[in-house]
Write a protein that binds this ligand. Structure first.
Ligand code: PMT
Length: 220
């Protein structure tokens, strides 16, 4: 039987990639499928939480939860999260948000021309860092770190810089882990430095292990 240890709480989950348009037919994006975030949303709902899912574009069917908000760009995701953050007891940011977007979105399809083609990029807002700077003592923030090198060092730096309570470190070079797989393997860092290691296993089980850690560290 699934424990109802999140009953009475609102969990805001982000999932999937963002899409940053260049012109009406092209965009920049990444390999996130949304599977990890959707598994977290579903697992939180099974454990009794009211779940709000803010999702970038995916081909997944939305889980049966109260509120699903579909967005495309990082700025739209920022707005959707910021508008709902005060209602959330727990924020879990599994989305792979684009750090940069094209500075200029052309109204018309960009035409092929001779010579080099350069795209000027500007930084997107860091949604998690903004929420980290706004959060009350009662709100619990879970961030992810998708890394290809220096996993622990980069993860701990994100935990501190973004004022998080838990950081889920994802070595996306490990076979069976990260983008698009049905499985994942993560290391969970708490603010006090405690580490839990989750070996390669289905994203549904990883989601429940992450929520076990949320329940444990929220009550510390
Ligand atoms: O979707 P799947 O195919 O199932 O893959 C799962 C996953 C690999 C996408 C997921 O497990 C994961 O690691 N998600 C985080 C991906 C990421 O963008 O990591 P990051 O290290 O670039 O970002 C760190 C944290 O800051 C993340 O929680 C991210 O949501 C957040 N962020 C990043 C940039 C930004 N502009 N705003 C943010 O909120």
């Amino acid at each position: 039987l699934t424990p109802q240890d999140l009953a009475g709480l609102t969990v805001l989950v982000t999932a999937g990639p963002t899409r940053e348009p260049l012109d009406p037919v092209r965009y920049l994006t990444n390999r996130s499928s949304g599977k990890m975030g959707y598994a977290l949303a579903e697992a939180a709902s099974q454990r009794g939480a009211k779940v709000i899912l803010v999702s970038g574009p995916t081909s997944l069917k939305a889980p049966p939860i109260e509120e699903v908000i579909q967005v495309e760009t990082a700025i739209q995701m920022y707005q959707a999260v910021a508008d709902r953050f005060s209602r959330a007891n727990i924020l879990v940011k599994a989305a792979a948000v684009a750090d940069y977007r094209p500075d200029n979105i052309c109204d018309q399809k960009i035409k092929k021309a001779a010579g080099e083609m350069n795209i000027e990029l500007v930084a997107n807002p860091d949604i998690l860092a903004h929420m980290g700077s706004r959060k009350s003592d009662k709100q619990f923030l879970v961030g992810f770190a998708a890394e290809t090198n220096d996993l622990d060092k980069n993860a701990l730096s994100k935990l501190e810089k973004k004022n998080l309570d838990l950081l889920i470190a994802n070595d996306v070079t490990q076979p069976g882990a990260g983008f698009d797989y049905d499985t994942n393997a993560v290391r969970i860092f708490s603010k006090t430095g405690t580490i839990k290691e989750i070996p390669v296993i289905s994203k549904n089980i990883v989601a429940h292990k992450i929520l076990d850690a949320v329940v444990e560290f929220r009550n510390c």
